[in-house]
Design a protein around this ligand. Structure first.
Ligand code: BG6
Length: 521
């Protein structure tokens, strides 16, 4: 995954432990500087990147939100935030890092705020030599995305023009925008947002972020598939029975009831993160490990998801909402409407209409307040064509087919299960596993996934960002599970799974109907 150090268009340097190089100097303008994301993820991850030497020395970070604060006040606030979330906080390094931090009070969705902002940006660009490069980061309520983009345009802040065809592309300053999820609330609103962004920013300058793509083990899926020769020949419907992609969390919705009421598990996790994991697991090999080629393959794959027919929605989906337990039931949370049918658990089955995957289902599952925090991919292979050992005692009842499990979080490990002879005089069989623990093997502290992604945006590398067509395709694939067709999946779900379980019975039934079971071990 390591890129050639000077080529910005090769696959991300995100996974490397060594500092990524080649990030241009810029002003990172965080719109929504008082928000939770800025405190918990953005500034801590920028501090980590600073410590790794991944930021250009001239790069400055300008936080903007409506609350009046001084640079010093914001720096103190951010210091507390970083101390709370970064292990091994170093006061000396912080002192150097905080010299990059500046704050500007203003309403980014109001044109009147822009003259003062421009003045501030010009001063920063001049004093820090950021060459007019700007990375806008939309860390605000999604309803503000379009008005802010319009204001940025009206203020004339985007000056780079059509970089791809300009004669002096290298000499031009750039302006790019990072857009957070949720990217729309359905297919139509995502398309509308894409159009609004497209009127101001080229697709090459638009970075739709998905922090799952910053996770080492998600990127490792591409390495596993395309840097080895033993997996790819069997990576198809002839050998693979089905694939499970799970993102289970032990935490509940907590204080975010109001937000979650507008969201639910399908929008929050499946449409975004799990679809990206699906794309990496199932896409064709790109011609080269470069942004355009990788994104083209993802677009093709997501476009190949078979639309779920209305008649199939109920058998291809299972929804749940956690009941009372150590935490209050979802239904009791502040901001949750009485009788809410918003799902805190969802499992869906998808088919891919491709030559490679004809007949192999992909099961995507996510939930809050579940038994364990675990994000994993399980690739279940078919049993061998002929069972030569059917009369031999078997520890698991019979030959089951190989299983490759890749745990993305909280541990970073892989496990390949295969059948083995149980040592002894008589023939007996039992499954056994080969294991790889990536952290133990490679060492190093994991860094917050956002940091390397933001550095990629500073380098102009879109490999790990979503193209507009992918986002709209992912929405299209989940729409049957969100609109009227899914009404019966939502009926009576309140409390249909207990906290600390693996979800509702209906999810197990969905698998049972297919003669399969979730990997819950
Ligand atoms: C976010 C969701 O995008 O991802 C949250 O909005 C969820 O609801 C989080 O908790 C999970 O991320 P991770 O990295 O902990 O799996």
């Amino acid at each position: 995954m390591t890129a050639a150090p000077t080529a910005p268009d090769t696959i991300s340097q995100s996974a490397t432990q060594t500092p990524p190089s080649g990030a241009d100097p810029c002003v990172l303008l965080i719109l929504g500087a008082s928000g939770d994301l800025t405190h918990r993820k953005l500034i801590p991850s920028m501090y980590e990147m600073h410590c790794l030497g991944a930021l250009h020395p001239a790069t400055a970070i300008l936080g903007m939100s409506r609350t009046a604060k001084s640079d010093e006040g914001w720096r103190a606030e951010m210091r507390t935030a970083v101390q709370a979330s970064v292990q091994g906080f170093d006061a000396t390094r912080w002192q150097a890092f905080e010299q990059r931090l500046f704050y500007h009070a203003g309403d980014a969705a109001t044109q009147a705020s822009y003259p003062a902002l421009i003045e501030r940006l010009d001063t920063l660009a001049a004093t820090r030599s950021t060459k007019g490069n700007m990375l806008f980061y939309l860390s605000v309520a999604p309803s503000l995305y379009e008005p802010i983009v319009q204001c940025i345009d009206d203020a004339g802040l985007v000056t780079e023009g059509k970089r791809w065809c300009s004669l002096d592309a290298k000499g031009r300053s750039w302006q790019r925008i990072v857009v957070e999820k949720p990217f729309g609330t359905d297919e139509a609103s995502a398309a509308s947002l894409n159009r609004a962004l497209g009127r101001v920013f080229e697709e090459d300058s638009t970075y739709r972020i998905d922090h799952y793509l910053g996770k080492d083990l998600v990127q490792s899926l591409l390495v596993l598939r395309f840097a080895n020769s033993i997996f790819e020949p069997v990576w198809n419907h002839r050998y693979i029975d089905h694939v499970q992609i799970t993102a289970a969390e032990t935490v509940g919705v907590g204080m975010r009831g109001g937000f979650y009421e507008q969201t639910g598990a399908v929008r929050d996790m499946i449409q975004s993160h799990l679809m990206q994991v699906l794309a990496f697991i199932a896409m064709e090999p790109p011609n080269r490990m470069r942004a355009n080629e990788i994104r083209s393959e993802k677009i093709k794959l997501i476009g190949a998801i078979r639309p779920t027919e209305a008649a199939d929605v109920l058998t291809h989906g299972a929804f749940g909402q956690y009941g009372a337990g150590p935490e209050p039931a979802y239904a009791q949370l502040q901001g949750v409407a009485p009788g809410s049918t918003v799902e805190t658990f969802a499992a869906i089955k998808l088919h891919l209409d491709t030559w490679r995957w004809a007949g192999t289902p992909f099961y995507l599952r996510t939930g809050k307040a579940m038994r364990a925090k675990r994000t994993e991919v399980v690739v279940q292979f078919k049993p061998p064509a002929a069972d030569l050992f059917k009369n031999v005692p078997h520890g698991a009842g019979g030959v089951q087919g190989n299983r490759l499990m890749i745990e993305i979080a909280p541990n970073e490990r892989a496990e390949l299960r295969f059948e083995s002879k149980v040592p002894g005089r008589r023939m007996a069989i039992a499954p056994i596993a080969m294991q790889a623990d990536f952290r133990k093997e490679f060492g190093g502290q994991p860094v917050e996934a956002y940091g390397p992604l933001i550095v990629d945006a500073m380098r102009g590398d879109q490999s790990l960002f979503k193209h507009r067509t992918e986002v709209e395709g992912a929405w299209s694939a989940v729409m049957p599970f969100l609109d009227g067709r899914s009404r019966s999946l939502r009926e009576g779900i309140a409390g249909n799974y207990v906290q600390g379980s693996w979800g509702p019975r209906s999810a197990d039934d969905m698998m049972l109907r297919d003669g399969r079971a979730w990997h819950d071990g």
